[in-house]
Design a protein around this ligand. Structure first.
Ligand code: ADP
Ligand code: ZN
Length: 213
């Protein structure tokens, strides 16, 4: 399947993406993970993106399109992909459309994870992430077995730089202003599949049902 996963920060895109791609073996492409990797490695891209990310602002569209143009043409994308955190603006969505036409790919749909704002706020402030493998934990509902240590890889589990209260509040504003219009965009394209839920089990089952997988 070739899918886009939409949803506010903290809607559970990463978790749902991992479970969906495990079903059909398609690749998860998370622009957030790619950017965090670049920052950690100190690459040119990372240096350009770092300040935007730390403040909870979007990284400029041209940098993101550069990443995606290259990524979507790699071999592992040819049979299926799930875009997690991209597109994030109407210009990115328009450019994705022409990029896909150019490289002869078609999308099967855009899934929107619709989660109430209070649930999102609570999740973001309690979320912790493994700096090495990106695994996601929650200090309240799903802590790692040993505090601060990743169950999967032994890496350090921390609160992300952009998960301070000020950055979270900015990310939600940015989402409302720049990203939420994509729900309408994909609805007009006839591709939207909206799922209202708060638990990832319910979300994954509901998506599986709707996609018939
Ligand atoms: P979340 O969905 O939880 O906000 P992500 O991991 O998807 O987090 O993204 C983290 C940060 O990376 C964003 O706040 C933004 O700065 C940057 N980013 C990720 N994807 C994009 C994108 N498609 N366009 C612009 N900036 C992006
Ligand atoms: Zn880990």
């Amino acid at each position: 399947m070739k899918l886009i996963l939409l949803g506010a920060p903290g809607a559970g895109k990463g978790t749902v993406a991992k479970r969906l791609t495990a079903i059909d073996g398609s690749v998860q492409i998370s622009t957030g993970d790619i950017l965090r990797g670049a920052v950690k490695e100190g690459t040119e891209l990372g240096k350009k993106a770092e300040a935007f990310m730390k403040a909870g602002d979007l990284v400029p569209d041209d940098l993101i399109m550069g990443i995606m143009e290259e990524r979507l043409q790699q071999d592992d994308c040819q049979s299926g992909f799930l875009l997690d955190g991209f597109p994030r603006t109407i210009p990115q969505a328009e450019e994705l459309k022409s990029l896909l036409t150019r490289i002869n790919q078609t999308l099967d749909g855009a899934i929107n994870l619709d989660v109430p704002r209070d649930v999102i706020l609570d999740r973001l402030t309690t979320r912790r992430t493994c700096v090495d493998c990106g695994a996601i934990y929650n200090v309240k509902s799903m802590p790692p077995k040993v505090e601060g240590v990743c169950d999967k890889c032994g890496g350090k589990v921390v609160q992300r730089d952009d998960e301070t209260e000020a950055a979270i509040s900015n990310r939600l504003d940015v989402y409302n202003e720049k990203t939420s219009p994509l729900v309408n965009f994909y609805e007009k394209e006839g591709m939207l599949l909206s799922v209202t839920a708060t638990s990832s089990d319910v979300v994954v089952d509901s998506i599986k049902g709707k996609l018939g997988i």
